[in-house]
Design a protein around this ligand. Structure first.
Ligand SMILES: *[C@@H]1O[C@H](CO)[C@@H](O)[C@H](O)[C@H]1NC(C)=O
Ligand SMILES: *[C@@H]1O[C@H](CO)[C@@H](O)[C@H](O)[C@H]1NC(C)=O
Ligand SMILES: *[C@@H]1O[C@H](CO)[C@@H](O)[C@H](O)[C@H]1NC(C)=O
Ligand SMILES: *[C@@H]1O[C@H](CO)[C@@H](O)[C@H](O)[C@H]1NC(C)=O
Ligand SMILES: *[C@@H]1O[C@H](CO)[C@@H](O)[C@H](O)[C@H]1NC(C)=O
Ligand SMILES: *[C@@H]1O[C@H](CO)[C@@H](O)[C@H](O)[C@H]1NC(C)=O
Ligand SMILES: *[C@@H]1O[C@H](CO)[C@@H](O)[C@H](O)[C@H]1NC(C)=O
Length: 544
């Protein structure tokens, strides 16, 4: 380049940099001085500007982030009154990127977790240009701790059930409108587990809140789900009983036999069962012969327990309660609901939400507690309406994307299918809507519960478990083929519905360890099928 042009180019870029700096300074002061006009029940407690690539190091009891990768944004912290009489409130955050796309993305929680989901506000919302909204749901706690709900803390339970997130969505959209002086053009939601429940609850109660929701492994039938969790525990407990199955037997005896019977049925022995419903696993093969070391085989009582564990759970009168485990997740099932101790969340649920008996223990569970749970329906948390017409029908035309791991160790994948089918049947009988036009389900072969971080000892399973949803490692790309958030936006805004998403499995679920394989995740009821070629490449598979 000739020197004079080089000097000119330098000058131009210096002016541009100056312009950027000016824009940044004005954005920074707009953030620091942000004082929204009266939003009823809402006060701003802090507003902090983070320039691009600044360190964002935020930790609360539920979620944390520590990164220098983010584009510039303004972090607004809110106190949202949920019941003025009771003095109850939620802590909510709204993260507003400088490079806003005009969209909002509300992020849900997990379990009983009470803390703003900062990991996904920074991991998903801000880098993809969304205003991110998330709340502590009205209390501060870890995922497994429900003691804040007692004694008789009804306002806190209702806040967790639906109120805190609803009021936060309303507040967050208003904050965005005032900050940018522009109404958000579209609003989205993403969450897994309790987060899945929160999304379904919001569209059932307030169909206009979101244009599209992404729900993973939803805990949207709490009154039945916790009963099922107790039932699962009692299938094997107490540890001293003849039906108890030690973790080592799950891992070393049952898991390999399940793979032996089920894995190759889909044409590929890869440790992934594409559709576990086509395999009827027969544990009898493992029956101990006289004198055999019982750490290598199963007794009759253990085999009977396995039949109950893999079966859907019905009451004596054939009322459907919940799904059962699917073959394929055995390595983690003892860390799920059939281990040496009942899953802690279930005890707190019955103690603090249902019976008000702080001494209640899971061995006291019986079917009458299902009826009681339904009568109380704590916090109106169940979100099981099959009638999504107000959300999905004209003029709103909302969309639901739902995913679940077939190897989920905490919420039966079969229940996800069950809920989808109730919506399907309702739509067929009671509306002119075709399910495929508003609700698509993506079961993920081999994937465990929501993949990461919520629960101790979790691992993502042998599965293409990273595709852009909450609490996952980063997707392979942010485009709509690999990133389910982008697929949701494209469906809502361009009318292009996803039939598959290409997921990635990283070695040990860490992107820095490199890619193990990629694979399509198929829309239910299609299944991924191997066509030949490199089994580590998504292009060797089709959905059909
Ligand atoms: C966040 O990362 C920085 C740099 O690695 C480190 O100095 C800091 O202690 C970390 N914060 C937390 C809470 O771990
Ligand atoms: C608000 O809290 C008060 C006091 O706990 C309670 O009596 C009332 O029912 C609550 N209102 C709602 C709408 O939850
Ligand atoms: C939750 O923690 C925040 C931050 O420490 C605190 O301001 C708030 O009062 C707590 N909320 C409740 C309901 O205790
Ligand atoms: C437990 O207490 C809550 C709040 O007072 C009440 O709504 C619920 O009915 C009680 N449950 C039982 C089984 O008494
Ligand atoms: C079922 O459990 C409830 C609560 O623990 C208890 O009050 C009731 O007596 C039990 N019913 C039977 C039939 O054991
Ligand atoms: C479904 O819900 C809509 C409104 O949410 C209601 O108008 C309609 O009557 C319901 N359909 C049936 C069959 O209950
Ligand atoms: C159709 O709507 C009616 C009235 O709400 C309901 O009772 C029925 O169960 C619905 N049909 C299906 C298949 O869900």
């Amino acid at each position: 380049m000739a020197p004079v042009f080089a000097a000119f180019a330098l000058l131009v870029s210096a002016i541009a940099a100056l312009g950027d700096a000016t824009a940044r300074d004005s954005q920074a002061s707009a953030c620091a001085q942000f004082a929204p006009d009266d939003i009823p029940g809402v006060t701003v407690t802090a507003a902090t500007y983070f320039p691009a690539y600044a360190r964002v190091d935020i930790t609360n009891i539920f979620s944390s982030i520590n990164t220098t990768d983010l584009p510039a944004f303004c972090r607004v912290e809110l106190k949202v009154t949920t019941n003025a009489t009771a003095g109850s409130f939620a802590n909510t955050e709204v993260w507003l990127p400088d490079a806003w796309t005009g969209r909002t993305l509300t992020i849900g929680n997990g379990g009983f977790g009470g803390g703003v989901t900062v990991a996904d506000l920074g991991g998903i919302a801000v880098p993809q240009g969304f205003v991110g909204i998330s709340t502590n749901t009205g209390h501060n706690s870890t995922v497994l701790d429900g003691s804040w709900a007692g004694p008789h803390n009804d306002n806190a339970i209702v806040d967790w059930g639906w109120r805190a997130i609803h009021l936060s969505v309303v507040a967050g959209k208003e904050v965005a409108s005032q900050y940018y002086d522009q109404t958000p053009k579209k609003s989205y939601y993403a969450g897994c587990s309790t987060g899945g429940r929160q999304g379904l609850k919001e569209i059932q109660m307030f169909p206009d809140s979101f244009d599209g929701i992404l729900v993973g492994a939803p805990a949207n039938f709490m009154t039945h789900h916790e009963a099922w969790a107790a039932h699962m525990s009692l299938n094997v407990l107490p540890v001293t009983s003849s039906r108890f199955i030690p973790e080592s037997v799950w891992i070393n005896v049952i898991a390999p036999e399940v793979m032996c019977q089920c894995d190759a049925l889909d044409g590929l022995s890869d440790g992934i069962i594409n559709d576990p419903r086509v395999c009827s696993f027969r544990p009898e093969v493992l029956t101990c012969t006289p004198g055999q070391d019982t750490s290598t085989c199963l007794t009759g009582d253990q085999i009977n327990a396995l039949h109950r564990i893999y079966a859907d759970y019905y009451e004596a009168d054939q009322t459907y309660i919940f799904g059962g485990y699917q073959p394929g997740g055995e390595k983690l099932y003892a860390r799920g609901l059939v281990g040496a101790a009942p899953f802690p969340l279930l005890q707190d649920w019955f103690r603090f939400f249902v019976t008000n008996d702080t001494q209640w223990t899971p061995d006291q569970f019986n079917a009458s507690l299902i009826t009681l749970s339904e009568q109380v329906n704590p916090g109106q948390a169940d979100a099981i309406s099959p009638n999504l017409t107000a959300f999905a029908g004209a003029p709103h035309n909302g969309k639901v994307l739902h995913y679940v791991g077939w190897a989920d160790q905490l919420i039966s994948a079969g229940y996800s299918v069950h809920y989808y089918e109730t919506v399907h049947a309702f739509a067929q009988e009671n509306s002119t809507l075709a399910i495929d036009d508003f609700y698509r389900l993506f079961p993920v072969p081999g994937m465990t519960h929501c993949v990461v971080c919520f629960f101790p000892h979790a691992s993502g399973g042998q599965a293409a478990n990273a595709f852009g949803a909450v609490s996952q490692p980063a997707p392979l790309s942010l485009d709509a083929e690999h990133n389910i958030i982008a697929a949701m936006v494209r469906w809502v805004e361009d009318g292009v519905a996803p039939s598959q998403i290409v997921g990635v499995k990283y070695n040990n679920d860490l992107p820095s360890n490199g890619i193990a394989f990629t694979r399509p995740i198929c829309k239910y009821p299609t299944t991924v099928r191997y066509q030949g070629g490199d089994p580590n490449s998504a292009s060797s598979f089709v959905c059909g």
